[in-house]
Design a protein around this ligand. Structure first.
Ligand SMILES: CC/C=C\C/C=C\CCCC/C=C/C(=O)SCCNC(=O)CCNC(=O)[C@H](O)C(C)(C)COP(=O)(O)OP(=O)(O)OC[C@H]1O[C@@H](n2cnc3c(N)ncnc32)[C@H](O)[C@@H]1OP(=O)(O)O
Length: 281
């Protein structure tokens, strides 16, 4: 039988963390009642590839957390090897046109919501974060990564032109020259390299420690007026958000045109097959 001691401990623990009532299917949202920090966990096995549904759920979670006046938002993954594999290539290869339009629109919505989020944001990067995975992490204000991970914007290696928000994210984090070279080379960085160039702020030996460091970052704003903080953040990011708005329709059309091209379809097919073959050998 459970002792009254362990029962009270369990009740205390349960009162610290609560799952948000509207937590969605492919993202789990947990709010720590003590700190007021919400953790969003990407939960689309096996590798958190960003499809329409995951992007939809992620957007809903970010907005919900922002509206619930949490103290901050931490983004992480339920997979212990992959933070996110980026866009689901199956959504771009031989795509349904309406769905491809939706995919890109939802990616744009997520970027706007995360990059422009009024709350302090941090990413506990507990696995590889190529392409769209890196985009999510660099939309946040602070990043902690685990050892032996790979992170970067490698779109150009797939023959894809990195969209404008990739550029904004890198310019916000890296010196201009480093950002430009990383994007045009489609560089994927190791944990050590990412730390050395400043693509991530810190390295932690486990997911728990990464989450702790993210919470500590968010706690640095405990004494700061939240409105003053968010308006200051907006002053830094506002020009990017405005330029994005003015180009979002063009970027959507460019994306659709791009993936409609026969050569692009052939390249994506080869790339996808290469990823699958790796597992067959
Ligand atoms: C205005 C702009 C105009 C035009 C621009 C046009 C387009 C720009 C788009 C730019 C925005 C973002 C783009 C992207 O995100 S593209 C996606 C790029 N992602 C990658 O290249 C990652 C590829 N994957 C990997 O490197 C590894 O899978 C990873 C993530 C390191 C994990 O490795 P591991 O744990 O070993 O897992 P597996 O490789 O065995 O993968 C398991 C399983 O998943 C399949 N898979 C992997 N990645 C993807 C993916 N991104 N989409 C779909 N499927 C993926 C893989 O094939 C395996 O499948 P299997 O059937 O073999 O189990």
């Amino acid at each position: 039988m459970m002792s009254s001691m362990s029962l009270s401990r369990m009740l205390r623990a349960a009162s610290v963390c609560r799952t948000m009532s509207t937590a969605t299917k492919l993202t789990a949202v947990e709010v720590n009642d003590k700190t007021g920090i919400a953790t969003v966990t990407l939960s689309r096995p096996p590798i958190n590839a960003l499809n329409v549904e995951l992007l939809h759920d992620l957007y809903q979670s970010i907005k919900e957390i922002e509206n619930n006046k949490s103290r901050g938002l931490i983004l992480t993954s339920s997979n212990d090897k992959v933070f996110s594999a980026g866009l689901d290539i199956n959504e771009m290869y031989r795509p349904d046109k309406d769905r491809a339009r939706l995919l890109w629109t939802k990616l744009q919505d997520v970027w706007l919501a995360l990059y422009g989020c009024a709350l302090p944001t941090a990413a506990a990067i507990n696995g590889h974060a190529p392409a769209g995975g890196c985009l999510l992490a660099t939309s946040c204000e602070y990043r902690v990564i685990l050892p032996q991970c790979r992170i970067g914007l490698n779109e150009i290696q797939l023959g894809l032109v990195p969209p404008i928000f990739c550029m904004f994210n890198f310019l916000n984090v890296l010196p201009r020259r480093v950002a430009e070279r990383a994007l045009v080379q489609g560089r994927i960085f190791t944990t050590e390299q990412a730390l050395q160039i400043g693509l991530v702020d810190d390295v932690a030996s486990s997911k728990e420690k990464a989450l702790e460091k993210c919470s500590q970052f968010i706690a640095t704003f405990a004494q700061t007026n939240p409105l003053a903080r968010s308006l200051t953040k907006l002053k830094f990011r506002g020009a990017d958000l405005q330029r994005f708005e003015s180009e979002r329709t063009n970027e959507l059309e460019s994306f659709l045109e791009f993936i409609d091209h026969p050569q692009m379809q052939e390249d994506l097919g080869i790339y996808l097959e290469g990823l699958k073959k790796k597992n067959r050998n």
